[in-house]
Design a protein around this ligand. Structure first.
Ligand code: SF4
Length: 297
């Protein structure tokens, strides 16, 4: 067993409960208990943080806040404060269960992936300084002060205030692995997000520019294609008819065209009739002039 006992047990009525009516509002639960463990348990904090959904692991002073058996508990390396108990007996029974829980965590460490994410407690007045102090309630809190208190406790994310400016840096937690690939520790590094955001913005603008120029190129290509199709289809001549028309323009006779293109004079004649019909002309000269004017050749 890792933790065998505790000492310096105290049960007190918390100072913020001043009167019997305060106590009544909390039912009969009025006692706060504090006790000192016979072991330093700070190495269990990342494992507790990973195990309990509502655990919050603070950096300075190093401690972990959690809910155990329905009681709010603040666990420091060797000191525990918990509340609210209906009696001193209930507080003592809580301690026994809680020590069992810590011993279980200690025994199960190999099977738990530790969570080293820690919250740094910032003085509430510093948090309040970065809030707009308009008490607009858009964050869901009655005032900026209440919202600042929630951020300080780690129960709320600062970006819930829509008027909050972007941070200039963020903490990134990197895992450190042992040879077996288990996480044994972590390092928290500051990332300058303003530089990152600028770079992302630049890249975003570059992508937009490239997209716009790609779109413009595609539109140009489309226009050129349709222009070419239109030119070709102006008269609907086939490639062979264009070849024949070219030879006509150069003054060759039907027989010469026939021998140049290895086709019969009859086929040449048939091509010529088609050409005249498509160009709406009556003779070779008109066909040649029209072909030159319209840059068909
Ligand atoms: S949304 Fe921001 S400005 Fe409004 S009350 Fe909350 S913290 Fe204050």
């Amino acid at each position: 067993m890792y933790i065998k006992n505790y000492s310096e047990f105290q049960c007190i009525i918390p100072p913020f409960i001043h009167s019997s009516s305060d106590a009544d509002n909390r039912g009969s639960k009025i006692w706060s208990a504090s006790f000192r463990l016979d072991q330093d348990v700070r190495h269990l904090f990342p494992y507790i943080n990973a195990t309990l959904d509502d655990a919050v692991y603070y950096e300075n002073p190093e401690h972990i806040r959690l809910l155990f058996d329905g009681y709010r508990c603040f666990l420091y390396p060797d000191l525990t404060v918990a509340h609210f108990f209906e009696s001193k007996k209930a507080a003592k029974s809580f301690i026994v269960g809680f020590i069992d829980f810590l011993n279980d965590i200690h025994n199960q460490k190999e099977n738990i992936r530790p969570n080293y994410d820690q919250i740094k407690q910032i003085p509430i007045i510093d948090i309040l300084r970065i809030l707009p102090k308009t008490n607009c309630k858009e964050c869901g809190y009655l005032s900026c002060m209440a919202f600042a208190a929630a951020i300080m406790k780690g129960t709320e994310a600062a970006n819930k205030c829509p008027s909050l400016a972007s941070p200039i840096s963020e903490n990134a937690v990197y895992p450190i692995f042992d040879n077996q690939g288990n996480i044994v520790n972590s390092v928290s590094l500051q990332i300058n997000t303003s530089k990152l955001k600028n770079r992302i913005q630049e890249q975003h603008e570059l992508i937009l520019m490239l997209e716009a120029s790609l779109f413009a190129n595609k539109e140009n290509e489309k226009q050129e294609d349709s222009h070419q199709v239109a030119e070709k289809n102006d008269f609907g001549l086939t490639n062979r008819e264009i070849e024949v028309l070219k030879l006509i323009s150069e003054g060759y006779t039907n027989n010469e065209i026939s021998s140049f293109l290895f086709i019969s004079p009859h086929t040449v004649k048939s091509h010529m009739i088609n050409i005249f019909n498509k160009l709406s002309v009556n003779d070779r000269t008109q066909a040649a002039v029209l072909a030159t004017r319209n840059e068909i050749l």
